[in-house]
Design a protein around this ligand. Structure first.
Ligand SMILES: [Zn+2]
Length: 199
């Protein structure tokens, strides 16, 4: 079984979007995989005919078990296994159609498409995970900036800009701290820009 690449539903260029390649559509699954009901199989995603990621799938009428290896954003591989319940609803013109039930236990919404990353969930749930991850990265760097500001004797909050070299601090120490501050500030700004889609 292949592994999903690093990052969040990202393609190889690191593009991060919930409409990326790693979504799975229940209608397509039944259309193309119904002959595999009850058997372990592989579901893959291809770019230009080449498989770039795959998950193990065990499909039944009641649920689908999805297994995969995933490289998390902090760089370690983990094995994931999700059992996703299916729901069936009547169609207008007869017959029934399947739905996923979002495996996030706080959600459970009936959806046609699930997104696969560190976890599996509906667009909304995965979007929230994505947002909170972004936010914590952003908070982490602004906290780091404040730590440096404390040492520099500058008022907390990078929006206050850069201050002067404190009395008694060696020039070299000051320059080192100021440079680190500049770097983490840039990281915070990048994080903010990305969150608000300014880039
Ligand atoms: Zn959900």
């Amino acid at each position: 079984m292949g592994g999903l690449g690093s990052g969040w539903y990202g393609d190889r260029n690191g593009k991060q979007t919930t409409s990326g390649s790693y979504s799975i559509d229940i209608r397509q699954l039944f259309r193309e995989g119904s002959h595999l009901l009850g058997q372990s199989t592989t579901w893959s995603w291809s770019v230009n005919g080449k498989s770039v990621a795959s998950v193990g799938v065990l499909l039944t009428y009641g649920d689908v078990c999805i297994t995969y290896r995933h490289k998390s954003h902090i760089g370690y591989w983990s094995d994931e296994a999700y059992t996703v319940n299916l729901e069936w609803t009547d169609c207008h013109y007869g017959g029934q159609r399947p739905w996923f039930q979002c495996p996030n236990r706080y959600c459970g919404k009936r959806v046609a498409i699930l997104y696969i990353g560190d976890s599996i969930g509906c667009r909304q749930c995965q979007g929230l995970v994505y947002e909170s991850q972004r936010e914590s990265e952003c908070n982490r760097s602004s906290r780091a900036a404040d730590k440096l500001r404390d040492r520099l004797g500058w008022k907390r909050g990078f929006l206050h800009g850069e201050g002067y070299r404190p009395k008694g601090m060696h020039r070299a120490t000051f320059e080192k701290l100021a440079l680190s501050h500049q770097q983490v500030t840039q990281k915070t700004l990048n994080g903010i820009a990305e969150r608000f889609k300014l880039v």
